[in-house]
Design a protein around this ligand. Structure first.
Ligand code: HEC
Ligand code: HEC
Length: 324
């Protein structure tokens, strides 16, 4: 078991999305991105929300499969196991990702916790709201460039996008389905999913192909070609202003790159490792022997309280009371 403070260093915000990925479909309702996500009625006066309004979905729909063939500046080729991405699989995965009917009561889609307009996470909330308002215990991961991640989730407990889907689909504070067969039966009954699966996979709709479709869409969610990428890898001196360039100098001098590496050809800004940065020590309770933690090369801090192991083996999915 890893201490709760041991987490992967993600700097996804440093590679801001130059392109929105869940952009409006051509024709029809411009805000409809998936079969179960008809975004209608939000403009009605009797609809109230405390959420910051999104006035428009910026961007345009991208051919994610073609883009993944030649990833944008700053990213390497996709891992061979992820290639090639087939367009029909990506499109099927996109429909599923935004389909609320995949949750037990038809209210929650993957895309509602991983909101494209908010960087494929929920940036209004520290931790997203799950089924029937239940609390999810961790911040929703930003799903950019997950194609390259050897391990998934903050604690790395999954290593396959195909298998990972069952965590949110079955968790009682997320999409709340009782079991896999219930999910498959529901998807089989919806619209033309069975036909689409048959067209995309020889095996048709199965637990495995459901995972493959969602994984294919997510592998297409690539973010790079940021001003940093254009400046650093594209030799465009004007892409980054002087203060930002100076910031990068400091970043290098301070040794941030030892955990957030910037390579010769591309940058993930994460080493995919797990590091004890001391986060969580305040909640951990009883003072112990001061523990010396290296927060940057040569930079140490003495913690006055213990960095404990998590109180539960799985903070997110084994909540005894969903509302606590
Ligand atoms: C010892 C390894 C290590 C070093 C060195 C390090 N970081 Fe981190 N950094 C991490 C880890 C681990 C996380 C993830 C923390 C979390 O998820 O709560 C992180 C997260 C971050 C985040 C938040 C990213 C996000 O997506 O939310 C920023 C910003 C950041 N680091 C900046 C820096 C800067 C700037 C430096 C240099 C001054 C630096 N880091 C040095 C390990 C490190
Ligand atoms: C109720 C909110 C919620 C829903 C719905 C949801 N997720 Fe997540 N997702 C999260 C949270 C929270 C995490 C981080 C959990 C952790 O690290 O323990 C996460 C993490 C992930 C990760 C790991 C990414 C990484 O880089 O480590 C993937 C992949 C993912 N979700 C895909 C999906 C898919 C696919 C669906 C739909 C089948 C989905 N999620 C539905 C909240 C949600």
């Amino acid at each position: 078991m890893r201490p709760s403070s041991v987490i992967r260093p993600h700097l996804w915000w440093l590679v801001p999305a130059a392109f929105w990925v869940a952009a409006p479909a051509a024709g029809g309702n411009p805000f409809e991105v998936g079969a179960g996500d008809v975004r209608e009625g939000y403009e009605r006066p009797d609809y109230h929300t405390r959420s910051a309004a999104l006035s428009a979905t910026p961007g345009h729909r991208l051919d994610l499969a073609a883009r993944a063939q030649a990833p944008p500046l700053g990213l390497p080729a996709l891992p061979t196991s992820a290639r090639p991405l087939r367009r029909e699989a990506v499109d099927l995965g996109r429909r599923l990702f935004f389909d609320r009917r995949l949750s037990v009561n038809g209210t929650l889609s993957c895309g509602m916790c991983h909101v494209p307009e908010q960087g494929l996470t929920q940036n209004e909330l520290r931790t997203p709201v799950g089924l029937e308002g239940r609390t999810v215990r961790r911040n929703a991961s930003a799903l950019y460039n997950t194609a390259y991640r050897p391990r998934l989730f903050h604690d790395g407990r999954e290593d396959s996008l195909e298998a990972q889907i069952w965590s949110p689909l079955l968790a009682n504070n997320e999409m709340g389905n009782p079991d896999r067969s219930a999910v498959l039966e529901r998807v089989a009954r919806l619209d033309d999913y069975a036909e689409r699966f048959a067209a995309a996979y020889d095996a048709g709709l199965t637990a495995a192909t459901l995972g493959r479709a969602l994984a294919s869409y997510q592998r297409g969610l690539l973010s790079a070609e940021s001003p940093f990428d254009r400046w650093y890898y594209g030799d465009d001196p004007a892409a980054l202003d002087a203060p930002t360039q100076h910031g990068f100098e400091i970043f290098r001098e301070a040794g941030c790159g030892s955990c957030h590496p910037v390579g010769e050809q591309h940058a993930h800004f994460t080493d995919d490792g797990f590091h004890n940065t001391g986060i969580g020590h305040r909640a951990a309770g009883a003072p112990a022997q001061p523990e010396r933690i290296q927060i940057a090369p040569g930079v140490f801090t003495d913690l006055r309280v213990a960095v404990s192991v998590p109180r539960m083996t799985c903070l997110l999915y084994t909540s005894p009371s969903p509302r606590d």
